[in-house]
Design a protein around this ligand. Sequence first.
Ligand code: SAH
Ligand code: SF4
Ligand code: F3S
Length: 437
Amino acid sequence: MKKFYIKTFGCQMNVNDSEKMAGILRSLGYEKTDLPEEADLIIVNTCSVRAKPDNKAYSFIGNLKKIKKEKPETIIAVGGCVPQKEKESILRFKHVDLVFGTFNFMKIGELIKRAKKERVVEILNSKIPEEDKVPLIDSYLENPYVAYVTVQRGCNRFCSYCIVPFTRGRERSVKPELVLKEVKRLAERGVKEVHLLGQNVDFYNYEGIDLADLLYMVSEVEGIERIRFTTSHPCGFNRKIVEAMKNIEKVCPYVHLPPQSGSTKILERMNRGYTREEYTEKVMMLKEEIPKVALSGDFIVGFPGETTKDFEETLSLVETCVFDQGFVFEYSPRPFTKASNFKDDVPKEEKNRRLQELQNLLRVQAEEKNKKRLGCIEEVLVEGKSPKGKELSGRTKDNKLVVFDGSEELVGKFVEIEITETSPFFLKGKLLQKVKV
Ligand code: SAH
Ligand code: SF4
Ligand code: F3S
């Protein structure tokens, strides 16, 4: 049996694309391996959102040269956001046999067949989204109980720092019937929790059916017990979505709503489309309606023109809104973006200082929020072994990671855990009982 190895960089959507490719390869008789050396086919699914993942992908691809030298029959394929943005950067790696983009990953089977005969470079134009024409194939689930479902691809917002609109094309929503078909199939396969994915998922709109409508539709699928959606955009997130979260028991009280900055001046330069006050108002509305909600966000520090005062406004926004989790990135200029023409004027050391300071504040907030869970009884969907491998781990409805001792047969089940220890990043607890299968 032929073997494939996939290395994935980047966001959940990339992970989902890789799972789909793996599913297609499995249907073609390939078997998955975790060892690139023993693979007949190696796929690198790349991310280009910041210089760091971009460089990581290049160095990973560079290292595959050794394998190609020892086993020249190995097919090496590179896909995803890096080649979609500039295929030339990949073509200089002479050991790469196949280069494809974000619009044709669904054609991986056919592309590989061609790559066995000659070097293939196929980057499609964003006007021909092949992805929607492909029949439903069982994706290869990294986690058999929690699955991603891409409901919207691309982005029209053009935040001035962001390359995604250039790598993923214009925004398009997946037909609700197709979403439901996929979710039903996942439920049949034993999946309990689905994450509806979109670059700006709350702008989901298919002929008038919006995200809230879709949440109601998905919630009717039997067997699916939990529904999450990500990523939200402060302009798209609205009261109707909050109402749906309140009304539908299965929808988890967790929102990832990236503010990026707390300074209205910087938000304007970022072309985010909202002010500091508008962001804060949305969060207050959400917390008022759903007091138990958990909030997470992304932040960029050291954006061109960000003064100490602007940064302090980000700190104060965090103080006001209170986050359960936050991801902080140093600004990284990206090709094609508007901000790449701005002067990258915050020195590297200062970006790093701001990153540390903001991360510290977010850590303190997470710690305080988690501490309140001490002694509480939480319903957890067991996902597998804990990151360290000795215990089991799973998540609460509001997305807190919980580790506890228990036997592996609990994986995929809902259990009650009494929280006995907390940290900023996870909760530890004692198994009380299995609640439902
Ligand atoms: N709306 C998107 C955001 C994708 S990019 C979504 O679906 O998740 C994820 C995060 O990367 C952004 O929220 C932003 O905080 C960060 N990011 C994007 N471009 C960046 C850049 N040029 N420099 C630093 N961080 C960046
Ligand atoms: Fe990028 Fe902005 Fe679109 Fe998110 S909303 S993908 S940050 S351009
Ligand atoms: Fe990266 Fe592309 Fe996702 S640039 S963050 S893999 S959309």
